[in-house]
Design a protein around this ligand. Structure first.
Ligand SMILES: NC(=O)c1ccc[n+]([C@@H]2O[C@H](COP(=O)([O-])OP(=O)(O)OC[C@H]3O[C@@H](n4cnc5c(N)ncnc54)[C@H](OP(=O)(O)O)[C@@H]3O)[C@@H](O)[C@H]2O)c1
Length: 256
């Protein structure tokens, strides 16, 4: 039950054109929020804005370009007195083993998932320092808990995102911004459609958005789901390397 939590709140969804971000846009607009939807797919976000109930902004921005993030920050600063919530959903993924290691792709993953978040923080510093950003939620992944097979670039980029978000939690408190980390398990989107292995406990993007929306107003720093899968991953992260490596190598063998 989300009552009126999001009614008339200004919410920026970074990476709102597809997947989890799109589902968040739909549900938050239905809950009465005013959105700024950001992505590269201009036509897609314009159509989304037109279809959703309420008046929303569609802002095309390529997060790989710092100059475009600066323009985005200026637009938000000019448009809204207070930004109540920012959800940073933008990200990319490519399964990568040593056999198909691709430096160009690996750097693209690292740059979009991590460097663009640093750029984003830099561009939004004035808003933060003026105490005009109330809440920042960053989507990382349970894949950032520890290194896994077939995840040469993605897992490392998400470990960096999670670590940065933890630091931001302390630093932005000084400016009254509540920072939260979202660590989903498998969610069915165009990203996971690239996987050829079986994905335990996979949920829909609508379900993921529903959980995020319910949990964001609470005090937790970390929002992780689905519950049983996330707890299993957390427990695996606490195991000594020797045991975790043995478990993963065994399950890798079983899957071949
Ligand atoms: N799906 C999962 O199982 C899963 C699990 C754990 C974590 N996650 C994380 O959840 C987040 C959302 O993933 P998803 O599965 O919903 O993926 P998705 O459907 O591919 O959505 C990714 C979003 O990021 C935007 N984006 C990508 N590159 C961009 C760029 N250069 N500039 C601006 N926007 C960009 C995309 O918009 P445009 O292409 O229009 O620019 C899209 O709106 C990601 O951070 C992902 O790593 C996903």
């Amino acid at each position: 039950m989300i009552n009126n939590t999001y009614k008339n709140k200004n919410i920026l969804i970074v990476g709102g054109s597809y997947g989890i971000g799109e589902a968040l846009c739909t549900q938050l607009a239905e809950a009465g929020a005013t959105l700024a939807i950001v992505a590269r797919s201009e036509e897609k976000i314009n159509t989304l804005c037109d279809q959703l109930p309420g008046n929303h902004l569609a802002i095309r921005c390529d997060l790989a370009k710092k100059s475009e993030i600066d323009i985005l920050a200026d637009k938000i600063e000019a448009e809204w007195k207070q930004t109540h919530l920012i959800i940073f959903c933008a990200g990319t993924y490519q399964p990568m083993s040593i056999e198909n290691f691709n430096l160009g792709e690996a750097k693209k993953i690292a740059l979009l998932n991590f460097n663009s978040l640093l750029d984003f923080i830099d561009s939004f510093l004035p808003l933060i320092k003026q105490k005009r950003m109330s809440q920042l939620a960053i989507i990382s992944s349970v894949a950032g808990y520890f290194g896994m097979p077939n995840s040469l670039a993605y897992g490392a980029s998400k470990a960096a995102v999670s670590n940065l978000t933890e630091s931001l939690h302390y630093e932005l408190k000084k400016y009254h911004t509540k920072v939260q980390l979202i660590n989903p398990g498998f969610v069915k989107t165009r990203l996971t459609d690239k996987n050829t292995f079986s994905m335990p406990a996979i949920i829909s993007a609508d379900k993921a958005a529903q959980i995020i929306i319910q949990k964001l107003p609470k005090k937790h720093f970390e929002i992780t789901f689905p519950f049983a899968f996330a707890i299993t991953m957390k427990m695996l992260s606490l195991l000594p390397y020797k045991i975790r490596f043995w478990l993963f190598e065994r399950s890798n063998k079983d899957n071949k």
